[in-house]
Design a protein around this ligand. Structure first.
Ligand SMILES: Cc1cc2nc3c(=O)[nH]c(=O)nc-3n(C[C@H](O)[C@H](O)[C@H](O)COP(=O)(O)OP(=O)(O)OC[C@H]3O[C@@H](n4cnc5c(N)ncnc54)[C@H](O)[C@@H]3O)c2cc1C
Length: 438
């Protein structure tokens, strides 16, 4: 089977360029036979490979990625390693309390794994347990915060409601009318984190970067082919997110979306003084189509908003050029005290959404497994699902594995052209409705 789309991200990801530089591992060449191959070296694949290596210390685990580690989606996100569930299909954003509690356990396990690895290996990635602000400016957004507050009460999780008049003391900007602060989120420089995770893999993991797999052949063994060679494995673990659906399974279940972000230059001391507020924070929008905003450890501001539906799974320069203007407007609305601050970087990243927000976790064929479709929350979730998938393959199952297996059912999507028409209309309306939240 030919793989008709492989990842080719744009070159201007600010996290990638401002993370500590590293030497990429060589691309794969020639023929290799191995027991295990993990495809995709993002959060999910790195976790799966590391855990498989721990279960099978005498066996080689091959980990392969189309691009350099830290250059793909895992290095392109907003860097919120979130603990709390946020079910946008439920009225109070918490929904079924049993599912919400297990989701919380999963996310916290993901955080614990990441935090442990960062500490153990001294990974320089600015991981901080700084919590997150969920902020609103429009009445609809305030209503979302109110509903989420009720959901958090139901779940028994702490939060603080911060009225608009106090927000400049936190964020500098007087833009927002209200925020809900929840303490459990960790913020991170995502590209620095995945680069660090890749450089601290156990010695029995062999990582090949810049190796796009263009053909797969399933049989007693799985053969992955690329332009310079082949990897033949007893078992394959697909950890390549939206691109997983190109490998013959779960077809028509995933929506390949692209998200857009910009990062400013570092603020000068005078600009920091005129901004005010705390030196390090992260805001997610009450409206899913609103803007995520961060003040980073190196005093830059990140703005993340705008979506596009790219069924060919390729990044689109025309969207980048269009959305940088939206980022500028969103920045100007929030930070009128920083009129001279330009963006150093603007980039896009691919996201795998499913219609019912379910990911895939489990076995796809006798010798193929997958942890796929991040649904926008892959830092903690990818880490924990990659780890638990490796545990399951090694014969270890627990409560969380059973939960993942029982909820692993992405819906089948409508056929084209209805799909594109429906998705584009939803995006257009959502982004318009977001109003000043964007
Ligand atoms: C702008 C943006 C903001 C986001 N913000 C957040 C956030 O704040 N918090 C959060 O938790 N999540 C966020 N996300 C989502 C998060 O980035 C993903 O959930 C996460 O990266 C998923 O990790 P993964 O390892 O499953 O997949 P990926 O990171 O997509 O990794 C899959 C890997 O597979 C490789 N691959 C694919 N096909 C092939 C092939 N044919 N051959 C070889 N390799 C292949 C790719 O190169 C890629 O490196 C955001 C995403 C974007 C785009």
């Amino acid at each position: 089977m030919k793989i008709r789309a492989t990842p080719k991200d744009d070159a201007m990801c600010g996290w990638y360029h401002t993370a500590p530089a590293r030497q990429a591992r060589p691309a794969h060449m020639g023929n290799t036979t191995t027991r295990w191959t993990v495809l995709g070296a993002g959060f999910t694949g790195l976790a799966a490979a590391r855990q498989l290596a721990a279960h099978y210390p005498d066996q080689e685990i091959v980990l392969v990625d189309a691009q350099e580690v830290g250059f793909g989606t895992s290095g392109r996100n907003a860097g919120f390693a979130i603990d709390l569930p946020h079910d946008i299909g439920a009225e109070d954003y918490i929904g079924d309390i049993g599912i919400a509690k297990t989701t919380l356990k999963l996310n916290r396990l993901g955080q614990t794994i990441l935090h442990g690895l960062v500490e153990q290996h001294g990974i320089d990635c600015q991981l901080r347990a700084s919590g997150k602000y969920q902020a609103a400016v429009e009445p609809r957004g305030i209503a979302v915060l109110e509903a989420y507050r009720r959901g958090l009460d139901k779940l028994g999780e702490p939060y603080e409601v911060i009225p608009g008049k106090d927000l400049p003391g936190h964020l500098g900007t007087a833009f927002y009318r209200q925020a809900l602060f929840t303490p459990g989120t960790m913020l991170v420089q995502p590209s620095a984190l995945v680069k660090g995770l890749a450089d601290t893999l156990p010695p029995n993991v062999t990582l090949y970067e810049n190796t796009p797999i263009t053909e797969v052949d399933y049989g007693d063994k799985v053969t992955l082919t690329h332009t310079k060679g082949r990897i033949v494995s007893d078992k394959l673990i697909l950890a390549n997110n939206a691109f997983g659906a190109r490998f013959g399974f779960l077809q028509r279940t995933v929506l390949p979306m692209y998200l857009y972000a910009s990062l400013t230059r570092p603020l000068t001391e005078a600009e920091q003084a005129s901004l005010g507020g705390k030196p390090f924070w992260g805001v997610i929008p009450a409206d899913p189509y609103g803007s995520t905003v961060r003040r980073t450890h190196d005093n830059r501001i990140l703005i993340r908003n705008s979506f596009s539906f790219n069924p060919d799974q390729q990044s689109r320069p025309d969207c980048l050029a269009r959305f940088v203007h939206k980022h500028r407007e969103s920045f100007a609305r929030r930070f009128p005290m920083l009129p001279e601050v330009d963006f150093d970087y603007t980039w896009s990243g691919s996201l795998a959404l499913t219609q019912n927000h379910q990911s895939f976790f489990g076995q796809l064929a006798p010798n193929v497994y997958g942890a796929l479709f991040c649904n926008g929350l892959g830092i903690t979730r990818g880490t924990v699902t990659g780890t638990l998938l490796a545990d399951m393959i090694a014969g270890q199952r627990h409560e969380l594995t059973d939960f993942l297996l029982s909820t692993s059912s992405p819906n089948v999507l409508p056929p084209e052209p209805f799909l594109s028409v429906g998705v584009n209309a939803t995006l257009w309306w959502g982004q318009r409705k977001a109003g000043r939240e964007s």
